[in-house]
Design a protein. Structure first.
Length: 45
C-alpha cells in the first residue's frame, strides 16, 4: 500500500504541473467529459 500512495501522489503532482503549465501558457485544459456528454454536444451542434 505505501507504493500505491506514492504513485497516487506522483500522478497528482504531474497533473497539477500540467495544469499550471497550461495556465501560465494561456491555453486552457479541457475538463474530462464522459462519452455521453461529448455525444450530446455533437448532436446539438
Amino acid at each position: 500500500m505505501p507504493k500505491v500512495r506514492l504513485q497516487r501522489a506522483f500522478s497528482a503532482t504531474a497533473i497539477n504541473v500540467i495544469r499550471l503549465d497550461s495556465d501560465w501558457a494561456g491555453t486552457p485544459v479541457h475538463p474530462r467529459t464522459s462519452r455521453l456528454e461529448r455525444l450530446a454536444c455533437q448532436l446539438t451542434a
